[in-house]
Design a protein around this ligand. Structure first.
Ligand code: RUB
Length: 307
C-alpha cells in the first residue's frame, strides 16, 4: 500500500503530471499493489482493489485518462486470487504497451498534417502533442514552435526544454501574447486531458483562448489524444470536473496581506467547444470531434461503471 500511496501523492502534487503519464503511473501502481494481495480471499481482494482504485482516481479530477486507466486495469473475473492478480497484471501490461505505442502512432498520423515551413503553437506540456511535432521535425520538415508559458505552473518550461533538446527552434511567449502572436502561426497543436461525447476538449487552462484566437485568424487547431482520453461517463450526462487548484500557485499569500477584498481563483483547465477543433489525432486515426461518440463506443465501451 505504501508504494500505491506514494504514487497517488506524486500525482496529487504533480510530481507526476500530464494526462498520459498519470494514467500509466496509476495503472502500474495498481498492478504492483495487486501483486501484494496474494494471501487474501477473492472478496477481500476485490474490496482492496476497489479501495486502491478510488485512492488513485481521487488524486486529480479532470484528466479522464486516470479513471479510464484504472477501470481498464482493475477488471478481473476469476474467483481465484492468483488468477485475478494475473488478469490485473495482464490488463496493466496491455494498457501501458498500448499507451506507449499510441504516442508513436499519433506522432506519425499527426505529422502528416504538418508542412515544411510551418510555425506551430502549443500550450502547456503534452507528450502527445510533442510526439506530432517531433515526428514532423524528424521527417526533415523545417518547422518551429511557439510555446506558451502556461501559468501558473509554467509547464511551458518543460516543453521548451524538450523541444530544445530535440533541436527544434522554439520561441517562448507569455499566455497573454497568444492572440498577438497568432498571425505568425500556421497551426495549433495541443494535447487533451479529456474529450467529452460532444467533442469538446478539456485541457490546460488557456487552451480555449488559443482555439479562439486560432479561429479568428483562420488557423487550424489539432488535438493530440490517445483514445483513453475520451470520457465514457459524459455519455451519462456527467460533466468533466474542472480542477480548482490552490491560490498559492498564482500569488504568494504574503502579497495579499492587507487586501481583504481580494480572492484568487485558479482553475486548472478549460473547455474548448468542438466547433473550434479541426481534427483530433488518435492512435487509431484522425477524426473530427463529432466522432467522439464512436471512439468511446468502439474503444472504451459504453457499459459504464456506475459508481
Ligand atoms: C497537463 C495538460 C496536458 C494534457 C495532455 O496538465 O493539460 O496538455 O494532460 O498531456 P497538468 P499528455 O500539467 O496540470 O497535468 O499528452 O502528456 O497526456
Amino acid at each position: 500500500m505504501d508504494d500505491l500511496l506514494s504514487t497517488a501523492e506524486k500525482i496529487r502534487s504533480m510530481e507526476i503530471r500530464g494526462a498520459g503519464r498519470i494514467a500509466v503511473a496509476a495503472s502500474a501502481a495498481l498492478r504492483d499493489y495487486a501483486r501484494t494481495l496474494a494471501s487474501l480471499d477473492i472478496e477481500e481482494f476485490s474490496i482492496k482493489i476497489e479501495e486502491a482504485a478510488k485512492t488513485l482516481v481521487d488524486t486529480r479530477p479532470t484528466a479522464v485518462s486516470l479513471p479510464n486507466a484504472v477501470m481498464l486495469t482493475k477488471k478481473h473475473t476469476s474467483l481465484n486470487v492468483g488468477e485475478a492478480i494475473d488478469e490485473i497484471i495482464g490488463n496493466s501490461d496491455t494498457f501501458i504497451k498500448n499507451a506507449t505505442e499510441a504516442l508513436g502512432k499519433i506522432g506519425r498520423i499527426g505529422a502528416e498534417r504538418i508542412r515544411d515551413g510551418d510555425v506551430i503553437m502549443t500550450h502547456c506540456n503534452s507528450h502527445a502533442a510533442l510526439s506530432i511535432i517531433k515526428t514532423a521535425f524528424d521527417q526533415g520538415k523545417d518547422i518551429s514552435v511557439i510555446a506558451t508559458e502556461s501559468r501558473p505552473r509554467r509547464q511551458g518550461f518543460i516543453t521548451i526544454r524538450e523541444l530544445s533538446e530535440h533541436g527544434i527552434p522554439t520561441t517562448l511567449i507569455v499566455d497573454s501574447a497568444v492572440r498577438l502572436t497568432m498571425k505568425e502561426v500556421d497551426l495549433v497543436v495541443v494535447g487533451a486531458d479529456s474529450i467529452s461525447v460532444n467533442g469538446a476538449l478539456i485541457n490546460k487552462i488557456g487552451t480555449s483562448q488559443l482555439a479562439l484566437a486560432a479561429q479568428e485568424a483562420r488557423k487550424n487547431v489539432i488535438v493530440a489524444a490517445e483514445t483513453y482520453k475520451f470520457s465514457p461517463r459524459t455519455l451519462l450526462g456527467e460533466m468533466v470536473e474542472i480542477e480548482d487548484r490552490s491560490a498559492d500557485e498564482v500569488i504568494d499569500p504574503q502579497l495579499l496581506k492587507g487586501m481583504p477584498n481580494v480572492k484568487v481563483k485558479n482553475p486548472g483547465f478549460d473547455v474548448t467547444p468542438a466547433e473550434y477543433i479541426d481534427l483530433i489525432i488518435t492512435e487509431v486515426g484522425a477524426f473530427p470531434p463529432a466522432m467522439a461518440f464512436a471512439i468511446i463506443r468502439d474503444y472504451l465501451g459504453i457499459e459504464l461503471d456506475h459508481h
